[in-house]
Design a protein around this ligand. Structure first.
Ligand code: PBG
Length: 308
C-alpha cells in the first residue's frame, strides 16, 4: 500500500538482434541468453514476449559486411532485412509495438552512426537526409515508432518533417536524446559487428561528465517533435533520468545497455550475486529514478519473474 514505485512487464521494451536466414539462433558471446535471431524466429520470440505482457520490441539488424557502404544505402531497401522483419512482425502481431533504430552504424562500412567525410570527420548535416530516408523506409514497412539513436544535431525535426511529408503523421519518434559516449556498449557492438573502424563516437555522443548538457539535448529533441525521450545508459546515469523526468512532460525511456546486462549475467553465473533479485532491483531503481519505460535485454526473464 505504501510502495511508491511499480515495475510490471508493461514498462519493458525488449531489444532484439535480427539476422539473415531461416531458423537461425546465434548466441552472442558477451551477452549470455541473447541471440541473433532470423526473421522467422523473431516472430516466435516476440509472440512469446507479448504473451508475457511485454508491449514492445526494438529491432537491431545484423547486416552482412558485403551490404555495408559509406552511405548506409542498404538501410532504405524496402526488402532489406529490417524492413522485412517489421512487416512480418506487424502481420503476425498487429498489437505489438515495433520500434526501429535510426542510425547508420549497422549499415555503415565505417561503423559510425553518421556519414564519415574524406577527412575522417562525422558530417552531421549530410547524415540528416540519410536518417530521414531511413526513418521513412521503416515507417513504410510498418514501424510504430522510429528511434533515432545516432545523436546527430537536428535529426528529430528532420525525421518528423520527412515522415509527415510521406504521410506517416502517426508514426512516433522516440529519440535517444541523452546518449552518452559510454564504454558499456561493447557487447552490443560485438552482437552487430558494428564497432567503429576508426576513431570513437565522442564527437556526437555525450561526455559522461555532463548533466546540464543532457537537459539541453532533451529540450531540443522535444522542441523538434520527439514523442518520447531516452537516457542511455540507465544504471550509471540515474541522476540524469531523474533530472530529465523533472524537466519534460513527455514519457522518459531509459536503456539498460549491453554492458549493464553483461555484468549482471557474469556475476550471476559465478554465484557472486543473486541474479534474478539483482535484475529486478536494477529495473526498479531505473523506474524509481523516473523512467516510464525501460529497454532491457532481460525483458522476458524479468517479465516471467514479475508474473510469478
Ligand atoms: C548505435 C547504438 C548503440 C546501441 C544502440 N544503438 C551502440 C553505440 O552507440 O555504439 C547500444 C546499445 C547497448 O549497448 O545495449 N546506434
Amino acid at each position: 500500500m505504501a510502495r511508491e514505485t511499480t515495475l510490471t512487464p508493461d514498462h519493458l521494451v525488449w531489444p532484439l538482434f535480427v539476422c539473415e536466414g531461416k531458423n537461425r539462433r546465434i548466441p552472442i558471446r558477451s551477452m549470455p541468453g541473447c541471440f541473433r535471431f532470423s526473421r522467422d524466429l523473431i516472430v516466435k520470440e516476440a509472440r512469446a514476449a507479448f504473451k508475457l505482457g511485454i508491449p514492445a520490441v526494438a529491432l537491431f539488424p545484423a547486416i552482412p559486411d558485403r551490404l555495408k557502404d559509406p552511405l548506409a544505402t542498404e538501410s532504405v531497401n524496402p526488402n532489406g532485412l529490417l524492413q522485412q522483419t517489421v512487416r512480418a512482425l506487424k502481420q503476425a502481431l498487429p498489437e505489438l509495438c515495433v520500434i526501429t533504430d535510426v542510425a547508420m552504424d549497422p549499415y555503415s562500412s565505417e561503423g559510425h552512426d553518421g556519414y564519415v567525410d574524406d577527412r575522417g570527420r562525422i558530417d552531421n548535416d549530410t547524415t540528416l537526409g540519410i536518417l530521414a530516408e531511413m526513418a521513412v523506409a521503416q515507417a513504410r514497412a510498418g514501424a510504430d515508432i522510429v528511434a533515432p539513436s545516432d545523436m546527430m544535431d537536428g535529426r528529430v525535426g528532420h525525421i518528423r518533417s520527412a515522415l509527415d511529408a510521406a504521410g506517416y503523421t502517426g508514426t512516433g519518434i522516440l529519440s535517444y536524446a541523452a546518449k552518452y559516449c559510454s564504454s558499456f556498449y561493447g557487447p552490443f557492438r560485438d552482437a552487430l559487428d558494428s564497432a567503429p573502424k576508426h576513431g570513437d563516437k565522442k564527437t556526437y555522443q555525450m561526455d559522461p561528465a555532463n548533466a546540464r548538457e543532457a537537459l539541453r539535448e532533451v529540450a531540443l529533441d522535444v522542441a523538434e517533435g520527439a514523442d518520447i525521450v531516452m537516457v542511455k545508459p540507465a544504471g550509471p546515469y540515474l541522476d540524469i533520468v531523474r533530472a530529465v523526468r523533472e524537466a519534460v512532460s513527455v514519457p522518459v525511456a531509459a536503456y539498460q545497455v549491453s554492458g549493464e546486462y553483461a555484468m549482471l549475467k557474469a556475476a550471476g553465473a559465478r554465484g557472486w550475486i543473486p541474479e534474478d533479485a539483482c535484475l529486478l532491483e536494477s529495473l526498479l531503481g531505473i523506474r524509481r529514478a523516473g523512467a516510464d519505460l525501460i529497454f532491457t535485454y532481460a525483458a522476458p526473464g524479468a517479465a516471467r519473474l514479475l508474473n510469478q
